[in-house]
Design a protein around this ligand. Structure first.
Ligand code: HEC
Ligand code: HEC
Length: 270
């Protein structure tokens, strides 16, 4: 099945970004998986797309929860402000304060396997890793080396706001529970497949994941949730609901106390 991927790349602008570099941000140019070439490279691109959007089914030994990579990296990693992969090809290797070392794009992929997917890293020399990287390079087409794609990362949340979990519980019931469930455990269509992914519980991301940090989660939520109603919540509502759902029971990431060994630990780290 061929999925249409629309990447709207905006025009050039100079902007300060959250990734420690000031760069010329570039819109992602419109590209579709059906534009992938025939032959071995195209096959790798298509395979990478399949792994990233059907991760749970494709790599059951590496995924320890009910999510796919694309549960958070929406539209196959092409949606601005949903931590898009488009444009990452030219900005890795990069320094990671969480690991206190320079990491490759493959390292970053495995970070999300271990945390967001509560699973195990995939071998660096596997065809799966090669396919994932080939797809990420393909959707990075047109973003110059060293430049961030416009909409890298998530939306913006004022870091001075104080979260209120009690109000968050109310926001959750009104704006999220219809899809993610009153109990936060999501909704399945088949034993292995969620229509609406869980926000907490055993099948959710672990407490070492970026999404477990209330301000990071709020930045994602404000720009993407409720699904189809981007930017409909106030920043305070997004932060309150994120404070609420991130602190519900979820898998534990062993060793998370060793993150940020050389400082820079964000205030919302768990
Ligand atoms: C539960 C949500 C979630 C899932 C599932 C998830 N990620 Fe992520 N990912 C994030 C968040 C949030 C960030 C940004 C973290 C931050 O801002 O510190 C991120 C960042 C990344 C980055 C770096 C982005 C950048 O701009 O530097 C890559 C690459 C990545 N994820 C790959 C993956 C892959 C591959 C998978 C599946 C194996 C995956 N992610 C699954 C939430 C998720
Ligand atoms: C109309 C249904 C719907 C509503 C309402 C909705 N979501 Fe979602 N949400 C989704 C779907 C579907 C996905 C996964 C998208 C995908 O796989 O392409 C998702 C993904 C997520 C994710 C990342 C994946 C995960 O399970 O951790 C978070 C976090 C999230 N939603 C939070 C919220 C919050 C908070 C609200 C309320 C403010 C909300 N959502 C309201 C449908 C919805």
């Amino acid at each position: 099945m061929i999925h249409k991927i629309s990447i709207a790349l905006a025009s050039l602008l100079i902007a300060h970004c959250a990734f420690g570099q000031t760069s010329q941000e570039q819109d992602i140019k419109v590209i579709s998986i059906s534009d992938a070439p025939s032959g071995p490279v195209g096959d790798a691109i298509r395979q990478g797309h399949k792994i990233l959007t059907e991760t749970r089914v494709m790599l059951p030994n590496n995924v320890g929860n009910g999510l796919n990579c694309s549960s958070c990296h929406l539209n196959g990693g092409t949606k601005p402000h949903a931590a898009p992969w488009a444009g990452l090809w030219g900005v890795f290797p990069a320094y990671s304060a969480r690991s206190a070392k320079v990491i490759t794009l493959a390292d970053r992929v495995n970070d999300c396997f271990e945390r967001s997917m509560n699973g195990k890293p995939i071998p660096y020399d596997s065809t799966e890793m090669t396919s994932i990287l080939t797809y990420m390079q393909f959707i990075s087409t047109g973003v110059p080396t060293g430049s961030n794609a416009k909409g890298r990362g998530e939306g913006k949340i004022d870091q001075n706001l104080i979260p209120d979990a009690l109000n968050g519980k109310t926001v959750y019931a009104e704006k999220c529970a219809a899809c993610h469930g009153a109990n936060g455990l999501g909704l399945k269509s088949e034993p292995n497949k969620y229509v609406f992914p869980p926000l907490w519980g055993d099948d959710s991301f672990n407490d070492g994941a970026g999404m477990a940090r209330p301000y990071t989660a709020a930045s994602f939520v404000i720009a993407n949730m409720p699904l189809g109603l981007d930017n409909s919540l106030t920043q305070q509502e997004a932060l309150d609901v994120s404070q609420y759902f991130t602190h519900q029971p979820r898998p534990v990431h062993p060793g998370k106390e060793n993150d940020w060994p050389k400082g820079g630990r964000p205030k919302d780290a768990r």
